[in-house]
Design a protein around this ligand. Structure first.
Ligand code: DP6
Length: 352
């Protein structure tokens, strides 16, 4: 017999960034971070996990291509940790026990995961992917948390930013103090119903694959950037308190300013890294100026950009400003005649 579960999970975009690991082994951060979970249908991971006694080993297919499980330390860690929480699997309709807790060691899993991200967006898909995998495995194994947030601590070990995708709304990943990192978990600050007017627009500045992965980039930054050390020690905590208060008060100006200042500072730490890392390009910088011009025109912060480890922007704004902001942006960044729309380009790239 064979048990099967399918889940989907959204991505999230940090407004106060995670950059730098305190422990590579436990995947803990040098500072807490906070993000907005995006609920667009076209930006999520979808994962199916199946368990059977007839499977001879754990296997994984990512976007249709089989990947080696054994050599993937993050993946094997996540599978092992969720399995350790396994309970009796009960049929929801009949109440019949399908697998007793003690029998799980006889089962292996097959995992198929894909993401619906347009390739051209180049947005980190590991956050949605590991959040989805952790949750799907937890459902499959009827896992029970032994403390609040334990599943987020497991997702964290797949990819740091993934822990924040287990909740909707505005979510903090607290860095934690304990040596075993059990308190390095995600906590929901406000749920997805709290600020229904908030919008996130994605601007693709380059469809090229990013040069430096987050994991290796932050490793070099921790080793070489004094600015990053100062940021983590003194600057992030007060900014987190300020942005959480602004989000709770639906104060867009306060939220937007902290978001932009933190994105700029994150990219400054990349420049302060030796050798320096450049994620933003000329188009990214032009977009920064266009957003500031938009805000100056209104005499208030009504749009706010943020950039992750790549050149593409996420711009937060509110529903009533979306049309005007898009009109301004399409004048500032005309799409060349004949150029495919983003999703067409993505499909073409995938097909090729
Ligand atoms: C710039 O979560 O991808 O997006 O823990 O090594 O997998 P690993 O890193 P990852 O880094 C994300 C970095 C960031 C900022 C953020 O999401 O907070």
């Amino acid at each position: 017999e064979r048990l099967c579960v399918t889940c989907s999970a959204p991505t999230n975009i940090a407004t106060i960034k995670y950059w730098g690991k305190a422990s590579a082994e436990l995947n803990t951060p040098i500072n807490s971070s906070v993000s907005v979970t995006l609920h667009q249908d076209d930006l999520k991971a979808i994962t199916t996990v199946a368990a059977s006694r007839s499977f001879s080993k754990d296997r994984l297919w990512l976007n249709g291509k089989e990947e080696d499980v054994e050599s993937n330390k993050r993946l094997t860690t996540v599978i092992k940790l969720v399995r350790a929480l396994a309970g009796d699997k009960v049929d929801a309709k009949t109440g019949e026990v399908l697998v007793y807790k003690a029998d799980w060691p006889q089962y292996h899993v097959h995992i198929a995961s894909r993401n619906t991200f347009p390739t051209a967006a180049g947005l980190a898909s590991s956050a949605a992917g590991y959040a989805c995998l952790t949750f799907a495995l937890a459902q499959l194994f009827a896992a029970c948390e032994t403390y609040d947030g334990e599943l987020t601590a497991i997702a964290r070990q797949g990819s740091g930013s993934a822990c924040r995708s287990l909740y909707g709304g505005f979510v903090r990943w607290q860095k934690g103090e304990r040596a075993d990192a059990a308190d390095s978990i995600a906590v929901q600050v406000a749920d997805e119903a709290h600020w229904p007017e908030l919008r996130a627009l994605i601007f693709v500045a380059s469809a090229a694959k990013k040069g430096t992965s987050s994991t290796s980039g932050m490793g070099t930054s921790v080793a070489t950037s004094e600015l990053l050390r100062h940021r983590a020690a003194a600057l992030v905590e007060p900014r987190l308190a300020a942005i959480e208060a602004a989000y709770l008060a639906r104060d867009f100006a306060g939220f937007g300013r902290a978001t932009m200042v933190d994105s700029n500072q994150f990219h400054a730490t990349c420049l302060d890294t030796y050798p320096p890392i450049f994620y933003m390009n000329d188009v990214s910088r032009a977009l920064v100026q266009a957003v500031h011009a938009f805000n100056a025109h209104h005499g208030a912060i009504r749009a706010a950009y943020t950039f992750d480890a790549g050149p593409n922007a996420v711009v937060y704004t509110t529903a009533s400003d979306v049309a005007q902001l898009l009109a301004v942006m399409s004048r500032a960044f005309p799409v060349p005649r004949g150029a495919p729309a983003c999703s067409d380009a993505a499909l073409a790239a995938e097909a090729a």
